[in-house]
Design a protein around this ligand. Structure first.
Ligand SMILES: Cc1ncc(C[n+]2csc(CCOP(=O)(O)OP(=O)(O)O)c2C)c(N)n1
Length: 546
């Protein structure tokens, strides 16, 4: 068979069913092989759409997402998505076509050093130099993308390798090796937990990626230790757990931030002390000892020195943390904090208050639904005011904060989980960054629901200009936005605009009950800001409110 046919065979061996991509000269042999293949290829309308769809696919299923692009501009268009996947530890395999090996280094048409370019934004990148290595390299790519801390891996395949002849030999797929931890370490952690008076579990994205949501909730309900979550950890803690305080950090809940500042033991489970979480690092949870559990050793002591650090598979490790605690007083304190700082949705006026709309949307959506966000104020409102029952149901660009993430990642999630309702919550700035993916929705008749919160501004940047740049609103005005309803209709979506809070309820019902895709264009006040907020360089207990 040809190298191109072998590529698709290996993908199938790894259980891949869906691939997102965009063809071009240097990858034409692989696209030719798709013509007779059982694999489903989804043509996106931009390579960035393809990589974000692969990310959405991966995040909503915990499986590898696969995308493809041609050499040169096709490959460069993948870079932002690969960086996004690296920062959020998402398993993605990207395959790029490369010019003929004999032309490499000659500035050939559409030649870019993809290996060199991508190394900074992938867990690993390969270029295939010998057709006899092709299968092994692809297997290695899948293994690397999923093993340990997941991440994106790129395989660049010159055209001569794609058209060359090779034998296909089935390859036994190795079982992932998971690190073992010592009982001594477990004992040290358990001793800290049982002696703590004010412990808090600080839950990150690692829990969902280790498929250890049940183990985490069992640990929490057994010990009744209060818990907070990072943006990527949302959905890991059962939202009905009475000692769950919501998101921590810059736009976290006041109760979360205050509880963490007061705690004497921070049990960090699959999180990484990101600056958006800690605020001024040396003021973060100052009184606390730290237990750090992670799959990636490199995180230990990177930003905060742990008292006990254990590398392990969370499915086995978290149950080992169960121990007897005596924290009745602290539970009461935490419950009081939660009650005192509960969200309020009674904003004045007739305009639409985005947090109230999202809260209502969250209650009305079917139990198991996926929400993909874009980046900005609306992203933080989703994190604050919507509830998730699994981390695979909340897709948000955390580490990179990439505008344009929402629409294509929802495309990937909808294809991965066709029976689950997928909702995009986007802003008028972010929506335009990958708006071409409306074409993908149309082509594949994806029943996505899009809630576009339109403040005619780059809201989050405008908020910072208001608060930290003396209201000098430089280049954040979007009042010349297109007619979003007409735009959506041009792609075959049903669409509607609302301006008043009295229209919200019916509009949400209409959107949910409409068969097929729907865009709900929600006009909101450009002055609305996200609160509370930890200002840059400040400590988390110094949160400000509007
Ligand atoms: C690709 C990219 N470019 C720029 C930014 C910086 N940025 C962060 S939020 C934001 C504004 C987002 O505006 P919009 O999508 O309308 O959302 P809003 O904040 O108004 O809810 C910008 C420009 C970014 N995060 N990503």
């Amino acid at each position: 068979m040809t190298g191109a046919q072998l590529v698709l065979k290996v993908l199938q061996q790894h259980g891949v069913k869906h691939v997102f991509g965009y063809p071009g000269g240097a990858i034409m042999p692989i696209y030719d092989a798709f013509y007779d293949s059982e694999l489903d290829h989804f043509l996106c309308r931009h390579e960035q759409g393809a990589v974000f769809s692969a990310i959405g696919y991966a995040r909503s299923t915990n499986q590898v997402g696969v995308c493809m692009a041609t050499s040169g501009p096709g490959a460069t268009n993948l870079v932002t998505g690969l960086a996004d996947a690296l920062l959020d530890s998402i398993p993605v395999v990207a395959i790029t076509g490369q010019v003929f090996s004999s032309l490499m280094g000659t500035d050939a048409f559409q030649e870019v050093d993809v290996l060199g370019m991508s190394l900074a934004v992938t867990k690993h990148s390969f270029i295939v130099e010998d057709i006899n290595d092709l299968a092994r390299v692809l297997h290695d790519a899948f293994e690397l993308a999923q093993s340990g801390r997941p991440g994106p891996v790129l395989v660049d395949i010159p055209k001569d390798i794609q058209i060359g002849q090779v034998d296909f030999e089935p390859y036994p797929i190795p079982k992932p090796e998971l690190p073992e931890f010592s009982l001594e370490q477990v004992e040290a952690a358990r001793s800290l937990i049982s002696h703590a008076k004010h412990p808090v579990a600080y839950v990150g994205g690692g829990v969902g990626m280790a498929d250890a949501v049940d183990e985490l909730n069992d640990f929490l309900t057994t010990t009744k230790i209060p818990a907070v979550a990072t943006l990527k950890g949302l959905g890991a803690v059962d939202p009905t757990y009475p000692y769950y305080l919501g998101m921590i950090g810059m736009h976290g809940t006041k109760a979360s931030n205050l509880a963490v500042q007061e705690c004497d033991l921070l049990i960090c489970i699959g999180a990484r002390f990101d600056d958006r979480v800690t605020g001024k690092l040396d003021t973060f949870a100052q009184k606390a000892k730290v237990i750090h559990l992670d799959i990636d050793k490199a995180e230990f002591g990177k930003l905060r020195k742990p008292d006990v650090a254990i590398r392990g598979d969370f499915k086995k490790l978290i149950p080992q943390m169960k121990t007897v605690v005596d924290i009745g007083e602290w539970q009461q304190q935490v419950s009081d904090l939660k009650a005192e700082h509960a969200w309020r949705y009674d904003a004045p006026g007739e305009g639409i208050y985005a947090p109230a709309l999202l809260n209502e949307l969250s209650q009305k959506l079917p139990h198991d639904h996926v929400v993909s966000c874009d980046v900005g104020q609306h992203q933080m409102w989703v994190a604050q005011h919507m509830q998730f029952t699994s981390p695979t149901n909340h897709l948000s660009s955390g580490g990179a904060g990439t505008m344009g993430f929402g629409l294509p990642s929802a495309v990937g999630a909808q294809i991965a989980r066709p029976d689950t309702m997928s909702v995009v919550v986007t802003g008028d700035g972010s929506f335009m960054m990958n708006v071409q993916e409306l074409g993908t929705i149309k082509r594949f008749q994806l029943p996505l629901k899009i809630v576009l919160l339109d403040n005619q501004r780059l809201g989050m940047v405008k908020q910072w200009q208001e608060l930290f740049f003396e209201e000098r609103y430089s280049e954040t005005d979007l009042s010349d936005n297109p007619d979003f309803v007409a735009l959506a209709r041009a792609f075959g979506l049903k669409a509607k605009t609302i301006h008043s809070r009295f229209e919200v309820s019916d509009a949400i019902d209409q959107m949910i009950n409409t068969d097929g895709p729907f865009l709900l264009h929600v006009v909101i006040d450009e002055k609305a800001n996200v609160w509370p907020l930890v200002a840059p360089g400040k400590a988390n207990h110094e949160m400000i409110e509007g």
